[in-house]
Design a protein around this ligand. Sequence first.
Ligand SMILES: [Zn+2]
Length: 522
Amino acid sequence: MVQNEDGTDAERLEILLHKSRYSEDVLESTKLFIIKEPYFTLTEQGEPTLRIDHPSDLVICHEEGPKSFEDAAAAEKAATRFKTQGNNALKKQDLPLAHEKYTAGLAIAKQDILAESNPDLARDISRNRAYVNLLLGRLDEVKTDARASLTGREDQKSKELDSKAYYRAGSAAYAQSHWEEAKGFFLEQQKLTPDDKDAKLSLKRIEARLREEETGGYDLMKIRTNLSKARSRVDAGNFTKNTLIKDSPGKGRGLYATRDLATGDIVMCEKAFCVVWGHEEDTLTAMTYDTRDDRIRVAPVGLAKALVQKCLNQPSQTEKLMDLFGDYQGEGPQIFSNEDGAIVDVFRVHDIMSRNGFGPGSQFGEESARNASTGLWRHAAYINHSCLSNTTKEFAGDMIIIRATQPIKAGEEIFHPYDASLDYETRQGFLDRTWGFRCQCKLCDAEKEDGKEVRDKRMELVGEADAFIDKTPWAGAKRLQLRKAQGILREMDKTYDEGRWEGLPRRHTEGIRAWLVRASPR
Ligand SMILES: [Zn+2]
């Protein structure tokens, strides 16, 4: 329930799914909020409720907001009190509270009267808040705080404090995969404190990331060995330089090869922009009903929530994510933050996610349809679908690895199958429901031409082949069994019109052919 400021009106307020930030309840009692664009609706139980859809429309007011101080000593006392409260909250690992207290202290410490008499106080609080922000994943603010905390003085104590600030900024930039920026920070740190081991180690790691981005040379064995439930996100660079995003006629944008690639070559490698694993607490899928096309879909809402959180924590990432919203035709300049912080449109995030998410598989144990692992890879998301794909994808933790399955020439488009169902109707239906298009590749054209009767006959034979393979081990197969398999294959081949299917893969026959290869006497 929320009450208006003078306590006369109370309403039930809903912010669906986004009830917490940094694992803390957003709506703590006694807190004061500004609620933007609320509207009345009914809950599932039919009760009237006030609702907002975008968590960025809920702005938390800090009760003890910045008063204007006339007296420097009083200001210093007030700011110092907030700083101490922040430090105490940090000791107890109450990060949101520490952030709130430091923010309140900063608002006072930055006032002219105090900024003149004691500029170090604002620097100290900024440095502390940079640390809290690093732990909260508010990486943009880590960098601005760290910069604001720099003293630039030459005495040993000041140099050590500035070194600490550069380390925090560098760590934030590193976590954002901004290698050059991170390198800049760590080099500054090294200048101030040349013996610092952290700076040296970080610079070494950056060199490794830059090398990966330049060459695509990853130690995949080592990466895979180091993976665990607790360390499910890899420390690696993104190798995308063999590819380019550009317009793909009739398909929006697509990914193209910038140089010739051989079968087996890595086309691209990328760490997830965001991933949620089945073993993690907030990973859940849910049925969503889209009023725009009247369809019910299964959506990875846990991923949607994580994406929204990431955008709220790091407004600089929002624009990169929103670029995937291909249908967006622009309503003037896009604004992703204002004085109240980040602005995040959860519906757009949801749409981007539903069209661009991938499942990295259950790499860390059991998961069900209710908590399936899902993620978003920003560069790989531009790869268009084709049933006649030229790549295959694999995962190492949250890293996607796309490899060529056939030679790809420079300038050719990269494809992978979003759905590889053998049944034509199943496949087209899935593509249409999930991604809103029907495939018109050569394979689909041929199957369409074949007509329903032929396609049904073929699928019937696939069923027969599968049943045969299931109950007939290829090892030591009898002649009679070999003849039976050859018979099924012959029947399948008859369903393919030689002219129409010339050069096209007969995917339906793959299973029975593989069995025959293994079972046939050498
Ligand atoms: Zn197709």
